[in-house]
Design a protein around this ligand. Sequence first.
Ligand code: PSU
Ligand code: MN
Length: 303
Amino acid sequence: MNKYLDISPEVKAALDAGKPVVALESTIISHGMPYPKNVETALLVEQTVRENGAVPATIAVIGGRLKAGLSHEEIEHLGKAGRAVTKASRRDLPTLCARGIDGATTVTTTMIIAHMAGIKIFATGGIGGVHRGAETTMDISADLEELAQTPVMVVCAGAKSILDLGLTLEYLETHGVPVIGYGTDELPAFYTRKSGFGVDYRVDSPAELAAMFRAQRELEYKGGMLVTNPIPEEYSMDKTVIDAAIEEALRQCAAQGIKGKDTTPFLLAKVVELTGGDSLESNIKLVMNNARVAALTAAALAE
Ligand code: PSU
Ligand code: MN
């Protein structure tokens, strides 16, 4: 086992027994939602994973240790400290480990640590991608690169249109990452069920997702796969409302000269602010929906 990795006793026991485990990220806690909703959500998502037959492993860096499986106190700490916790991508782990400090893991680092621990399925809300205007800013999330090289299945609700969804799909295609629609032919756009872009394959059951993941391993590919699961109809947002909020958030981001790793957290927080909290409720529901599909898939994979 890696010398920086700590697997919680419950997660370790499940992995040793070949039982289903689902990884969960922590940037969504520290940078994706306001306190205390972030902590409530993190605990609700863990509960959803359990109710669907798997053990949750929320991942973060605590005191320079890579943690797979957090205590409620650790989740509370990450939620309360919020944006004071380093948003940790691939480039940040060596420094955090060497200095013994905390980090909230993005999709990228959650995949890295899940893979180190032997966890194959990971549920989150949305992934990072190719930002609008990336043809000049070169702002492309490390999440896409990680999907290309780390064998973990990521279940998300698509990507927010703070990104260029078309370019994000092109990038994933180039890097050989399958984009699967769960119960849909169309890429979901996080708050809404449709984006106008098609997915590579539609899958209608956790068993079929497990079979695809198994085949990818048997082919000895190094990368992972992206499962996009549309937000349940009853929680999806009005496209006009959310698009207007995103456009305004992008305008403020440009006007304030926000760059680099601060871009995504800034846009996420602005959208919540501009929609008066409605988008936060949708966000919570869609993460729970992804946790359910991931848990059922982990269970199918464990069979
Ligand atoms: N998109 C969301 N919610 C999130 C994130 C993205 O809808 O919480 C977070 C995830 O942790 C993701 C990270 O991995 O932002 C991507 O950041 P960046 O764009 O800087 O790579
Ligand atoms: Mn970026």
